[in-house]
Design a protein around this ligand. Sequence first.
Ligand code: NAP
Length: 265
Amino acid sequence: MSGLLITGASGFLGTALLAAAGPDAVGLTSATDVRDPEALAAAFADAAPAVVIHTAYRQHGPDAAAINADGAGNVARAARAAGARLVHLSSDVVFPGDGTRPLREDDPVRPVTAYGETKAAAERLVLTADPGALLVRTSLIVGGPGHAPSPHERLALAAARGEQDVQFFTDEIRSAIQVGDLAAALLALAETDARGVLHLGGPDAVSRLQLAELVVAAAGLDPAALRGRPAPPDRPRHCPLDSGRALALLAPDRHPRGVRAVFAR
Ligand SMILES: NC(=O)c1ccc[n+]([C@@H]2O[C@H](COP(=O)([O-])OP(=O)(O)OC[C@H]3O[C@@H](n4cnc5c(N)ncnc54)[C@H](OP(=O)(O)O)[C@@H]3O)[C@@H](O)[C@H]2O)c1
C-alpha cells in the first residue's frame, strides 16, 4: 500500500504491517516520539501519508499514560492535519471482562487495569481529535510456528522449559489473533470507509493457559509442564471479542484464523 505511515514500526505488529504493506510504506519508531507534536508534524510532512496506522505504545512504566493516551491524541491531530485516514490500535482490556458473552463495540468501556485506562483514554482523545478515525480493538497478538514469537509465546516456552516459574490464568479468556492475519485485515480495513470502533480478534476464545498449551505443543514441548491458576479479581477476565462487524467488511481470505488452526501441528 502506498501512502501508508505506520507508528511503532519496530514493534511486533508494526513489523508485520510493514512487511505486508510493501516497500512504499513508511515506518516510524520511538526515534519519532509520539509525545512530541513537532517531531510528529515533521515526520508527517516528510511522509505525506494518505493512511496512518498507529500501533506505538508502552504497556508498562511511568511513561505509558503519556505515550498511549496523549501520544495517540497527538498522532490523531497530526493525521487530521495531514488529511490522512487514521487507523488506531486499541485493546480488549478497555473492558472490565466481567460479562459472559463476547464483547460488542458499544459495550460500556470500564477498564480495570492501569494499562486499560491508558488505552481507554487514548480512544477518547483520538475520537475527539479525529472523529473520522477507525479504532480497532484487538486481542493477544501471537506469531505462531515459523514466525518470530510474541512475548506471550516466549513466556509459555520459557515456562515449559523450566526457565521461568509462571502460572497461566485459567479464566482470562481472550480472542488471540495471529500477527500476519491482523496486519492483513488492518490493511484491508484501512481501505474501507469504516469509522468509529471495530472489534477484531481471532475466532477461538482461549484462556491464557490454553493459549500457552497450544504454543508449547506446537514447539514439541509438553503442555502438561505448564501450571494454571484463576486470575486475581482485579484482572479483565472475560474479554472475547465479537468481531462480526469487522468480518462483514472483510473478504473471507482476510478473516483471521483461530489460534487452534494457527498452532495446529
Ligand atoms: N501485543 C498484544 O498482545 C496486544 C493486544 C491488544 C492490543 N495491542 C495493541 O496493539 C498495538 C501494537 O502492539 P505491539 O505488541 O506490536 O507493540 P510492541 O511490540 O511493544 O511495539 C511498540 C512500538 O511502539 C514504539 N514506541 C514505544 N514508545 C514510543 C514513543 N514514545 N513514541 C513512538 N513510538 C514508541 C516502539 O518503538 P521502539 O522499538 O523504538 O521502542 C515499538 O515500535 C498497541 O497499540 C497495543 O495496545 C497489542
